[in-house]
Ligand binder design. Structure first.
Ligand code: CA
Length: 222
């Protein structure tokens, strides 16, 4: 799962990127509205954390532009606590949720988790497929009840496949949701991570669909 954080306060930006990174997401970052708008317009994010007060282009305009152009990723806006009208304007502009500043990082993490799983059609924080169970809140994976140790890339890959289980996911799509924008993708191919993951959760869990990509679990209608 890959996120975008748009926040001009350098400290807050760093805190968000660190916390979301530790929670298992690939995180891209922008410090003004123009850069944030560009990234959200060109990269496929699973969710965006968007500050409203931004230099160059304000957050509300960024959001309105994305929605006008058909960008439908979940967006969590950061608002000032005493500005109820910002919350209303933000949600009317297409935000899915908000957090008022100052906030506890746990609240941002919980709301992002909820936005990402809801967007993929999951109401619960536990996603299972066969014997594999992912606890989104704890960031833990078990197989038949036994904990499985995963690297951050393996975790992102499995989390994405579990969120979208039953669907065929192309290598390109996986690559786009696994790595940050400036990551050297060539030397860390998806095939390698799929191979490692199969060793940990069972070779038959992830099916290779020749020429199309991978599928976790039984096929579903798309
Ligand atoms: Ca700001």
């Amino acid at each position: 799962m890959r996120l975008l954080v748009v926040e001009d306060d350098a400290d807050l930006n760093r805190q968000l990127v660190t916390a979301l990174g530790e929670a298992g997401y690939a995180v891209d970052t922008a410090f003004d509205g123009e850069e944030g708008h560009f990234l959200g317009d060109t990269e496929p994010y699973d969710a965006v954390v968007l500050d409203l007060g931004l230099p160059k282009l304000d957050g509300l305009s960024v959001l309105e532009n994305w929605r006008r152009d058909g960008r439908s990723m979940p967006v969590l806006i950061l608002t000032a606590r005493d500005r109820w009208s910002d919350k209303v304007a933000g949600i009317d502009a297409g935000a899915d949720d908000y957090v008022a500043k100052p906030f506890h990082m746990e609240e941002v993490l919980a709301r992002v988790r909820a936005l990402v799983r809801r967007a993929a059609g999951h109401a619960s924080n536990e996603i299972t497929c066969g014997l594999v169970r992912l606890d989104l809140r704890a960031g833990r994976v078990t197989h038949d009840g036994n904990p499985i140790k995963l690297t951050s890339h393996e975790y992102r890959l499995l989390s994405y496949l579990l969120h979208h289980q039953g669907k065929v996911i192309s290598r390109t799509e996986l690559t786009e949701h696994l790595y940050e924008q400036d990551f050297d993708r060539d030397s860390n191919t998806v095939e390698v991570f799929v191979g490692r993951l199969r060793k940990k959760i069972g070779a038959d869990m992830i099916e290779t669909i020749r020429g199309l990509g991978y599928r976790l679990g039984e096929p579903v209608d798309e």
